[in-house]
Ligand binder design. Structure first.
Ligand code: AMP
Length: 440
């Protein structure tokens, strides 16, 4: 399992050199010198296709309807011109009255966008804050009261704080909706519509979604005016740049197989997916017992534990992150060498989302899936979606012929709640302001 030579589609210097040594290219040179400095300090040289296509129009104040996935450089595509606009028409924001609102489906994505705003705006005096549910609102309200230029928010907490009078949207000049398809999947459409009623009609609107089926375009057109349309198909579809393998294994041997893979050469930063939260915990314990530093993230973990785990994973202090699908949404970590599906997902599309966590920004990556007898039907669905079989690796110490030959249908109620809805779409995905509050 040797890691392949990475192939960069976003040219990026290998180290973060002093920005004075770097020469920026393309639309980057039209940006405010302070933003250029921040971009150069990140090691970027030339804009990605989405940046090349969006930035000039956004600098002119046009609305935008964009179809692009994470990993394309989308966050900088909207953050850089936003910062430029706010910096050149600088004015002090009043208490709780942001000049720009960015809505994102999950707290992880919202936090990542906030981080990008901080990074690209580090030489400007632009303030920002991120609000999301699942944590005490005290520090969020305190930040809002100081006045922020940019507010990044998940829908539930945004409406909560608006309802309590901590956020007022009448000064919003730029309204950005990121990953709208996921927000709709998570049932946030009514929330988006409520927010829309509060933002001024005279604004710049950016609407981003991984896919833009006709229904989504209709929704988008109720929000944007004469938008520029940008569609970015990654150079190589994610799955084609990923070396995929399936290993047939008995359920009881999954832990041992995982540990043996993690000890192989060339296996660096690894994201492991489990179907259930308790499995994520159990796997992490098994790794610890084998002397492998791992951490679990899932919906039952406190926000601070999730942030700690993610920071540790990003910095390399934690080599293996074990996650459920909901917790991993929007997760953006650059140098994941392997995605391991400890459990195959019930939905084939989820498989594509999962394995796309490796091979970010044009690099190659490996995706290894464990398949036990009960998972066989999930594998069939995945192969149907991909239009090709996932290559099987039979030579390994825990190969299980029964799993390989299994014709079992999907287990009844596998990973589903009583309602029959997949569990990973219930609690964690429900807008937080509607969730009954439980004492911890
Ligand atoms: P995003 O699609 O916004 O999640 O970005 C994916 C990754 O690409 C992030 O880690 C960015 O830091 C990186 N990136 C964004 N723009 C560039 C660029 N112009 N050159 C190199 N890397 C970039």
């Amino acid at each position: 399992m040797q890691k392949k030579q990475t192939q960069e589609s976003c040219p990026r210097t290998s180290d973060k050199r002093s920005d004075s040594q770097l020469q920026l290219e393309g639309v980057f040179v039209d940006l405010d010198p302070r933003i250029q400095r921040a971009v150069a300090a990140e090691g970027y040289v030339s804009p990605t296709p989405i940046q090349e296509q969006c930035i000039p129009h956004l600098l002119e104040g046009r609305d935008l309807l964009g179809s692009a996935q994470t990993g394309t450089g989308k966050t900088a595509a909207f953050s850089l011109p936003l910062l430029e606009r706010l910096a050149t028409r600088s004015r002090r924001p009043a208490k709780g009255t942001p000049r720009a609102l960015i809505m994102a489906p999950t707290r992880e994505l919202a936090a990542q966008i906030g981080e990008s705003i901080r990074t690209y705006g580090r030489f400007l005096s632009i303030s920002h804050t991120v609000v999301f549910g699942g944590v005490n609102q005290f520090s969020q309200v305190k930040a809002l009261n100081r006045g922020v230029d940019v507010l990044v928010a998940t829908p539930g907490r945004l409406l909560d704080l608006m309802g309590q009078g901590h956020i007022h949207l009448e000064q919003v000049e730029v309204f950005i909706l990121d990953e709208v398809d996921r927000m709709l999947d998570m049932g946030f459409l009514p929330d988006i519509k409520r927010v829309l009623q509060k933002v001024p009609t005279d604004r710049q609107t950016l609407f981003f979604s991984a896919t833009l089926p006709p229904k989504m375009v209709t929704l988008a057109h109720s929000m944007v005016r004469d938008p520029v349309r940008v569609t970015i198909t990654p150079d190589k579809p994610a799955v084609e740049s990923i070396d995929q393998k399936v290993l047939f294994v008995g359920k009881k041997n999954k832990d041992a197989l995982l540990v043996s893979l993690l000890k192989e050469q060339g296996v660096g930063k690894v994201l492991v997916f489990t179907q259930m939260k308790h499995a994520a915990n159990k796997v992490t314990e098994k790794l610890a017992a084998a002397g492998i530093r791992g951490a679990a993230i899932h919906g039952n973990k406190s926000q601070s534990a999730r942030t700690r785990a993610l920071d540790g994973f990003r910095s390399g202090r934690i080599r293996v992150l074990v996650a459920t699908d909901v917790a991993a949404r929007g997760l953006d970590v650059d140098d994941i060498t392997h995605v391991i599906n400890y459990d195959l997902p019930m939905e084939a599309e989820t498989y594509v989302h999962r394995i796309g966590r490796t091979a970010r920004a044009g690099a190659d990556g490996d995706a290894i899936s464990f398949c036990c007898a009960e998972d066989r039907s999930f594998l069939r669905d995945i192969e149907k979606l991909l239009g090709q079989p996932v290559p099987a690796q039979m030579e390994h110490a825990y190969h299980c012929n029964d799993s390989f030959h299994s014709t079992l249908p999907a287990p009844k109620n596998f990973g589903r709640g009583r309602s029959g809805r997949p569990r990973n779409r219930s609690n964690a995905a429900r807008p937080s302001h509607r969730r009954p509050r439980r004492r911890r």
